[in-house]
Design a protein around this ligand. Structure first.
Ligand code: ADP
Ligand code: MG
Length: 247
C-alpha cells in the first residue's frame, strides 16, 4: 500500500507528520476549474483548486462572498461537474461521469445541509427524511430508518410535524437527519447556521460535531463565522477562485 507523508496539508493541527494510506482520503481534488458561460461572458469561479480531505475530518471552507465556495461545494457534492481537473470521492473518479451516474454516486455518498433547510413544506419530518432513501432505491424499512435518524438528532417526538410546525433549529435538525439517513461518506453543509439565531446555531454546530465524533462522518462546512470555523480542525480559505493559504 502506498503511503503518503502529509506535510503541506496537515490532517490534524499537531506539528508532527501524519502518515496515512492513499485510500484514507474521502476527497481528492486536483486542479479543479469552473467556468460559467453567460452568453458572451465567462465567469471563472474556480481557477485551479487542489486539496484532499481525510475520512473523519472536519474542514471549514471560508472566503468572501463570490469567491467560489458554493461552486466548490456543488462539485464536491456531485451536483455539478468541474470544467477541468480531477475529482475522486471516496476513491471513485467523478470528473467524467454522466448525469445519471453522478446522481447515483451523490445519492449514495453525500448528505447535504443547506442554509435555508430545503425541506419539502407539505411533507412531515419523517417523509422528508425518507426522501434520500427513495432516490437511492432503498426499499425496506424506510420508516424505521427515518425514525432512527430523527431520534439521533433529538427529534424522535416530532416525526409527524411539518416544517412550518417546527422552529428553525428543529428544521435544520430534520435536514441533518435527512443528510445522515443513507450513511453518507461525507456531509456538506453550506452556511448551516446562517438562518438561525446564535443559540440555535450553536446547537446545530455541536450536533454536527457530535455526529462527526460518534459516527466518524466527514464534515465540510462553508461558513462566514470565524467562531464556527475555529471548531473545525482545518480551514481552507478561498479567494477569487483559488485556495489562499496565507490568511
Ligand atoms: P460564494 O459561494 O463564495 O459566494 P459562488 O460559488 O456562489 O461564490 O460564486 C462564485 C462566482 O461564480 C461568482 O462570481 C458568481 O457570480 C458566479 N456564479 C455562481 N454560480 C453561477 C452560475 N450558475 N452561473 C453563472 N455564474 C455563477
Ligand atoms: Mg455561497
Amino acid at each position: 500500500m502506498n503511503q503518503t507523508v502529509v506535510t503541506s496539508q496537515p490532517v490534524v493541527r499537531e506539528k508532527e507528520e501524519v502518515v496515512v494510506n492513499d485510500n484514507h482520503w474521502v476527497i481528492q481534488a486536483e486542479d479543479l476549474t469552473k467556468v460559467y458561460k453567460m452568453g458572451e461572458v465567462e465567469v471563472h469561479a474556480l481557477r485551479g483548486v487542489s486539496f484532499q480531505i481525510a475520512k473523519g475530518e472536519v474542514v471549514a471552507i471560508m472566503g468572501p462572498s463570490g469567491s467560489g465556495k458554493t461552486t466548490l461545494m456543488n462539485i464536491i457534492g456531485c451536483l455539478d461537474q468541474p470544467s477541468e481537473g480531477e475529482y475522486l470521492l471516496d476513491g471513485e473518479q467523478v470528473s467524467n461521469l454522466k448525469d445519471d451516474q453522478l446522481a447515483s454516486i451523490r445519492n449514495r455518498k453525500v448528505g447535504f445541509v443547506f442554509q435555508s433547510f430545503n425541506l419539502l413544506p407539505r411533507a412531515s419530518a419523517l417523509a422528508n427524511v425518507e426522501m434520500p432513501m427513495r432516490y437511492a432505491g432503498v426499499r425496506q424499512n424506510l420508516r424505521e430508518k427515518a425514525q432512527q435518524s430523527l431520534e439521533l438528532v433529538g427529534l424522535g417526538d416530532r416525526i409527524d410535524h411539518r416544517p412550518n410546525e417546527l422552529s428553525g433549529g428543529q428544521q435544520q435538525r430534520v435536514a441533518i437527519a435527512r443528510a445522515l439517513v443513507n450513511d453518507p461518506a461525507i456531509i456538506l453543509a453550506d452556511e448551516p447556521t446562517g438562518n438561525l439565531d446564535t443559540q440555535a446555531g450553536d446547537e446545530i454546530m455541536s450536533l454536527l460535531l457530535t455526529l462527526n465524533r460518534e459516527k466518524g462522518t466527514t464534515l465540510v462546512i462553508v461558513t462566514h463565522d470565524p467562531e464556527i470555523a475555529e471548531q473545525a480542525r482545518r480551514i481552507i480559505h478561498i479567494r477569487d477562485g483559488l485556495i489562499d493559504n496565507h490568511m
